[in-house]
Design a protein. Sequence first.
Length: 320
Amino acid sequence: MDRPTLLITRRVPPAVEARAVRDYDARLNPEDAPRTAADIVRLAQGAAAILCCPAEQLDAETIAALPDTVRVIATFSVGYDHVAVDAATARGIVVCNTPGVLSVATAETAMLLLLAAARRAGEGERLTRSGQWQGWAPTQLLGIQVSGKRLGIFGMGRIGREVARMARAFDMQVHYRDQARLPAELEQDAVYHAADESFLPQCDMLSLHAPGGDPTRHWLDARRIALLPQGAVVVNAARGSLVDDAALIAALRSGQVSCAGLDVYDGEPAINPGYLQLQNVVLLPHLGSATLETRNAMGFLALDGIDAVLAGSAPANAVS
Ligand code: DGY
């Protein structure tokens, strides 16, 4: 019996590729160059499934142009703001993502950014490599102690809760803002805020973990930044679209925000050049979930979703 065709838009970890090749007539991307929307439509001809990635925009127009053979789109990510889910649903295409399996790795990235920004690790690394370091000095690169501070988490889903768990090991007091209060067993000792006005003044350190997309676009704008305590630390390992870059850059220059750690960028891989001129910002290239264990788990979960749809059952990881 012919195996269904699966279009995989980027290079995936070897174990994920091996399973895909075993089970499907897999169309791979050995060059790993990002696929444009037009490429995806062309390469999907005759395919039953597409495994895509966050950097690819599957907007309503692209979904409308896909061949009728496509029954499922799985994105190699928990975020699915790059996929027009309503348009897919209207065509009977199921959309799957990879929730749960990347929470630990992404929370690690957020904590790494928090510590690196607050303790000036980027500046320290640049100094050490420069050959200009003169040795230990009592006032050299004094940072901000993270332990014991108040950490605000915007978006208390699985990743936000994992950050809260890790932050407790640093004796941080966790405050959070979300659409609804969590049940006690998930909230633990975190303090819920139903309004930005009560939440933001509590955030010595603010870590963003909400989904991207229109409802949260530029949530961290000049007005909200002004509500943070003077000298707050900002971390974003969620989506670049959550931040108004011009406002954050102005706050990093004025000292309203003392430092920031960013893993994601509005319009990435382009980065607002204002960040590149600042010493007090640590910049990572969207490493959030980038461990081999996690990327394998994400790939397998995406394939589980595709397997389920093509077998006629409802995948646990469907978003539509
Ligand atoms: C996600 O899963 O949405 C991440 O941003 C990809 O690493």
